[in-house]
Design a protein around this ligand. Structure first.
Ligand SMILES: NCc1[nH]cc(CCC(=O)O)c1CC(=O)O
Ligand SMILES: [Zn+2]
Ligand SMILES: [Zn+2]
Length: 388
């Protein structure tokens, strides 16, 4: 709509004064205009607008007034479709196989790798503050633990299975998610079992991954979340859970749209899971691949996923909204990953913005896009921030 026809339109809706519209502006065709025509239309419309301001009641112009709707902080909160609550948050934990370990992860400000003995006292405080859910990552540090098959992943004496049992016992209300992958446990650091040509052997990998997932569920994990990205793993895990008679009490969360890129660096430091050669580009999605992500989401829904996850989060808000559309009847999770968290910290430290303000802005973007579950390293802070 041209400015002149807008003014005309407003004038008509405004105060029953259509005859105040200058006749030539009213008749001017908005679609055929030379530069001169256009300039004179605009100047006519503007001179009309200034007369209108004195002669037509401004109160009639209701549609341009938005500020009143969000002047008050409470009214601002009403503008959001959904608000962050503590129950939306899942906190990632790195659990090492050295019981008394408590080591700061240099590239992940404020985050520690902890052994079983340090885990419980740490979590007690958080659970008291309202922590509802954690996602566990095992970090084998003992020499000789890793091999080509990732055998240690489901070691009943390994840190993850021990932690599941301990957490179930000590925090009966805590919802325990366990990341399922082999990269923390393989000598080569890839997310599955390799062929001779160093590509993933999909069938062997899926068999192994689904055994590991079932072992975690049997140990008491409420949710298993395969992050390995092998094709067909959701179906294989679901079938094995059914076979073992535990499908009815195990939530299957798929890292369906997991993109490759450099945002997982701090995590790989923390978990010691960087590949010893090559990269993950042939199994994690290419960053531009929106269509591919949609296909992976549809596939994983069809294979029996209960929750679809998108990861990373802030650069992939379109994918979150795609996931919400494609999986409109299921919860959507977003993983605000290690590199995203580290970036926010680094920028806040450099004085670019306030940490808390940005953490909330990021979260609001993720919720607006359609996620209702957020995996975040900011969880301990949010538990405090949401209280005041
Ligand atoms: N497959 C392992 C896994 N599970 C979750 C993350 C990333 C989480 C983060 O960066 O915070 C990774 C790293 C990777 O795929 O390289
Ligand atoms: Zn993983
Ligand atoms: Zn992996």
């Amino acid at each position: 709509m041209s400015f002149s026809s807008l003014v005309q339109d407003l004038a008509i809706r405004d105060g029953n004064t259509p005859r105040r519209v200058p006749p030539r502006a009213a008749n001017a065709s908005p679609s055929v205009s030379t530069m001169d025509d256009r300039a004179s239309q605009i100047s006519r419309a503007m001179s009309y607008a200034s007369t209108a301001a004195t002669s037509v009641s401004i109160s009639g112009d209701i549609s341009s007034q938005l500020h009143g709707g969000y002047h008050h902080p409470l009214a601002r909160s009403w503008q959001a479709e959904r608000q962050l609550t503590k129950s939306m948050l899942i906190y990632p934990l790195f659990i090492s196989d050295i019981d008394d370990d408590e080591t700061l992860i240099p590239s992940l400000p404020g985050q520690y790798r902890r052994g079983l003995n340090k885990l419980i006292p740490f979590l007690e405080t958080l659970v008291r503050k309202g922590l509802r859910s954690v996602i566990l990552f095992g970090v084998p540090l003992q020499p000789g633990t890793k091999d080509a098959l990732g055998t240690a992943a489901d070691d009943p004496k390994g840190p993850v299975i021990q932690a599941i049992r301990l957490l179930r016992q000590r925090f009966p209300q805590l919802f325990i998610v366990v990341d399922v992958c082999l990269c923390e446990y393989t000598s080569h650091g890839h997310c599955g079992i390799l062929r001779d040509d160093a590509t993933l052997n999909n069938q062997l990998s899926v068999d192994r991954i689904s055994d590991v997932a079932v072992a975690y569920a049997q140990a008491g994990a409420h949710c298993v979340a395969p992050s390995d990205m092998n094709d067909g793993r959701i179906r294989a895990i679901k079938l094995k859970l059914i076979e073992e008679g535990i499908a009815h009490k195990t939530l299957l969360m798929s890292y369906a749209a997991k993109f490759s890129g450099c945002l997982y660096g701090p995590f790989r430091d923390a978990a010691g899971s960087a590949p010893s050669f090559g990269d993950r580009k042939c199994y994690q999605l290419p960053p531009g691949g929106r269509g591919l992500a949609r296909r992976a989401i549809v596939r994983d829904i069809g294979e029996g996923a209960d929750i679809i996850m998108v990861k990373p989060a802030s650069q992939y808000l379109d994918i979150i909204s795609d996931a919400k559309e494609l999986g409109k009847d299921m919860p959507i999770a977003a993983y605000h990953v290690s590199g995203e968290y580290a970036m926010v910290h680094a920028a806040a430290k450099a004085g670019v913005f306030d940490l808390r303000t940005m953490a909330f802005e990021v979260t609001e973007g993720i919720l607006r896009a359609g996620a209702t579950i957020i995996i975040s390293y900011f969880t301990p802070e949010f538990l405090d921030w949401l209280d005041n």
